[in-house]
Every structure is written in C-alpha cells, then in structure tokens.
Design a protein around this ligand. Structure first.
Ligand SMILES: NC(=O)c1ccc[n+]([C@@H]2O[C@H](COP(=O)([O-])OP(=O)(O)OC[C@H]3O[C@@H](n4cnc5c(N)ncnc54)[C@H](OP(=O)(O)O)[C@@H]3O)[C@@H](O)[C@H]2O)c1
Length: 196
C-alpha cells in the first residue's frame, strides 16, 4: 500500500494486477497493509501528494484516499474542465485539501509549467503518484501508433515528470516517495524465454 496502516490497502486488483514500484527515495512498502498500525502516522496535513491522471479511475480514487487521510493533495489532469470538476467533487465530499492543476505528462511545456507551479506556489512535494496512463486493451487493435502513444505516456511521461519534480522533493527519508502504476504487461523478465 502507498500508505502504511492505518490507511487501508491501496493495492489494486482488476484485470492485470497493478504493480507498484518506487525509486530509492525511501523504502516504500508495496505489500498489503494488513499489518500492525504504527503508533504515529508518518504524514501530516503538510505532506504534499501529487497524483497524475486523477480526474477519473484509479488516480481519482487514490487522490480521494490520500485526502481522506489528511494529506494535501494536488489532483492533476490533462483536461482543465475534467480536472477542475474532479477536484471540486472531492472538495464537495468534504475534502478541502484537494486542489487541481493541469498537467499533460506527455507535454514538456506542461510538465515544466507544473514543476514551476509546485516550486513557486506549493513549495515542494513529498509524494508523487505516476498514475496517468493509456492502454489499448484489445490486443488485435494494437498498432505502432498506439505503441508510440503508450510509451510516450506511460513510460516517457512518468520519466519526464520524475526528472522535473525530483529537485523539488522535500528532503525526508521518512516521507518522500514515488509510486509508479503499471501492469504486468509492463514487466520484462530477462529470464523469460519469450523475451530472449
Ligand atoms: N484498470 C486496470 O485494470 C489497470 C491494469 C493495469 C494497469 N493500469 C494502470 O493504472 C493506471 C490507472 O488506470 P485506470 O484504469 O484508472 O485508467 P483510466 O481510467 O483510463 O484513467 C487514466 C487516467 O490517465 C489520464 N491520462 C492519460 N493520458 C494522460 C496524459 N498524457 N497526461 C495526463 N493524464 C493522462 C486520463 O486522462 P483523461 O481522462 O483525460 O483521458 C485518466 O485520468 C494507468 O497507468 C494504467 O495503465 C490499470
């Protein structure tokens, strides 16, 4: 889970199980949260979590869950209207710590503008959830064009955002973390004969 207990398990299982991985900013626990609750939460209301592609789906649920547990959440979406509406819906649910900022993870200008805003108006961040992603699930509808879009969004988008935001992480071995969402289809096992 992204947050250890008492935050409920955030792991997701539908279709291909979502994998979670982290950069070595800290030891991130990707296991189920069925563990003894800590005496004290490691986050506070000052802890800033950025969630990409959070106007719907898993990203929206993660933004809601983080806000429910008292973190300051920056909900991002590539579409201004959809993102603003999604954030407003969470605030209307009694989660005032949610604010919206537009971010298209495939657009270098958008990523740069977002990083500047985080630096100038938020003062840094503690948690980045790279959730924004696209997929073309019907295998027979895949094409080179789709592959380019998938790689540009799911891999290079997350990479570009990490590179832009890494200098803005507040230095805390206990709080800083990056969560990358993927599927098993994103795993390459070099010991796999099919890959060889
Ligand atoms: N659901 C599953 O079974 C499953 C399985 C394996 C992996 N995953 C991964 O889990 C993550 C979330 O999945 P989901 O089912 O919640 O997906 P989803 O419902 O399709 O939502 C994807 C989100 O990513 C946003 N997005 C797409 N391209 C973007 C871009 N260039 N910049 C910013 N945002 C962008 C979408 O925005 P728009 O609304 O504007 O399109 C949407 O908010 C994805 O990374 C996905 O690959 C999901």
């Amino acid at each position: 889970a992204l947050l250890r207990s008492p935050v409920p398990d955030l792991s997701f299982h539908r279709g291909n199980p979502v994998q979670c991985s982290s950069l070595p900013l800290s030891s991130m626990d990707c296991s189920s949260s069925k563990e003894t609750p800590p005496h004290k939460a490691w986050w506070t209301g000052e802890t800033v979590a950025v969630v990409t592609g959070a106007n719907r789906g898993i990203g929206h649920a993660l933004a809601a869950r983080l806000a429910e547990h008292g973190l300051s959440v920056v909900l991002t979406a590539r579409d201004e209207a959809r993102g603003a509406a999604a954030a407003a819906e969470l605030r209307a649910r009694g989660l005032p710590s949610v604010r919206f900022r537009r971010l298209d993870v495939t657009d270098p200008a958008s990523v740069a503008a977002f990083a500047s805003w985080i630096r100038d108006h938020v003062g840094g961040l503690d948690i980045l959830v790279n959730n924004a992603g696209v997929s073309f699930n019907e295998i027979d509808t895949n094409s080179v064009e789709h592959a380019e879009t998938v790689l540009k969004t799911n891999f290079y988008g997350a990479k570009m955002l990490i590179e832009a935001l890494l200098p803005l992480f507040r230095r805390s071995s206990g709080t800083s973390r990056i969560l990358n969402l993927s599927s098993q289809l994103g795993l390459l096992n070099v010991s796999d004969h099919a890959v060889k």
